[in-house]
Design a protein around this ligand. Structure first.
Ligand code: BGC
Length: 253
C-alpha cells in the first residue's frame, strides 16, 4: 500500500452511477474496491452531492476529495450539464460540495479531463508526449487536450459541430448502440469526427478511452485518419484516478 501522503480519493459522477475509490497516487491504481451508488433519478446538485457524501463516508475518508462531472467546470462553477439535471448550470461547486463534505480540500473537474490527466500520468506512453487529443467515447464524446501531459481544460470536442451536427450526436458509442451500427459504419462516422479534429489541431496522437476502447481491434484499423489512434490503457478507473490526482495537485479548473 502507498505511503499515507500518496493516498488520494476520487469520485466520478456519471449519468447512471456515482463511484468512488481510494487511489494509490504513485501507481495510479485503486486501493481496494470502488463503491458505486446509483445516480438519483432527479440528478440535481443537492441530490447528487448527498450521494457523493455517502460514497465518501463509506470509506470513512476525511482527506481531500477530487470529483468529476460530465460538464464544463470553469472557475469551479458548472457551465453545462450532460446526462445530469440542468439545474447544475451556474452551480458553485465548491460551495455545494463543502456543504456536504465539510471543511477539506475539494477539486471538481470535467470527467474527460480527469481521465485524460490520469492516462497521461499512468497510461500508454504516447499520452504524455507532445500534443495529444484524448477522447472518451461513451454516452457522449468527452475530450481532454494535453500537451506533454499537461491539460488545457474544458475543450468539449464532442460538441464541435460537423456538417450541422454535434460530433457526439453521430459518433458516440451510445449512437452506435442506439442505431445498431456495425463497427464498419460506426468507424466511418468516428473518422469524420477525427479528421475534423485533425484538421483543426494536428495532434501527434489521438488516445481513445471509454468502454468501446476495449474492442479497439474491431474499429481502430477501420479508421481513415492518418494520425495514430491509440486505445487508452486505463479503463473505467481513469475518472476516479484523475479526480484524486487533481485534488492532490491542487488543480481546480
Ligand atoms: C459533455 C462533456 C463530457 C462528455 C463525456 C459531453 O456530452 O458535454 O462535458 O465530458 O459528455 O461525459
Amino acid at each position: 500500500m502507498a505511503k499515507q501522503e500518496n493516498v488520494g480519493f476520487g469520485v466520478d459522477i456519471g449519468g447512471s452511477g456515482i463511484k468512488g475509490a481510494l487511489v494509490d497516487l504513485d501507481e495510479g491504481v485503486f486501493i481496494g474496491d470502488r463503491h458505486k451508488i446509483k445516480t438519483p433519478k432527479k440528478s440535481t446538485p443537492e441530490n447528487v452531492a448527498a450521494v457523493v457524501a455517502e460514497v465518501v463516508e463509506h470509506f470513512e475518508w476525511d482527506g481531500p476529495v477530487g470529483i468529476t462531472l460530465p460538464a464544463i467546470v470553469h472557475g469551479q462553477v458548472a457551465h453545462s450539464a450532460a446526462n445530469i439535471d440542468e439545474s447544475w448550470v451556474g452551480t458553485d461547486l465548491q460551495e455545494l460540495f463543502h456543504a456536504h463534505l465539510g471543511d477539506r480540500e475539494i477539486s471538481v473537474l470535467n470527467d474527460a479531463d480527469a481521465a485524460g490527466v490520469a492516462e497521461a500520468a499512468h497510461g500508454v506512453p504516447e499520452a504524455s508526449k507532445g500534443a495529444v487529443i484524448f477522447l472518451t467515447l461513451g454516452t457522449g464524446i468527452g475530450s481532454a487536450l494535453l500537451i506533454d501531459g499537461r491539460l488545457f481544460p474544458n475543450t468539449e470536442l464532442g460538441h464541435l459541430i460537423i456538417d450541422g451536427r454535434h460530433a457526439e450526436h453521430f459518433a458516440s458509442s451510445a449512437v452506435k448502440e442506439r442505431e445498431d451500427l456495425s463497427y464498419k459504419k460506426w468507424a466511418k462516422r468516428v473518422s469524420v469526427a477525427l479528421n475534423e479534429y485533425d484538421r483543426l489541431f494536428s495532434p501527434d496522437a489521438f488516445i481513445v478511452g471509454g468502454g468501446i476502447s476495449r474492442k479497439a481491434d474491431k474499429w481502430i484499423p477501420k479508421l481513415t485518419v492518418e494520425t495514430p489512434v491509440i486505445p487508452a490503457d486505463l479503463r473505467n478507473t481513469a475518472g476516479i484516478v484523475g479526480a484524486a490526482m487533481a485534488v492532490h495537485d491542487h488543480l481546480r479548473p
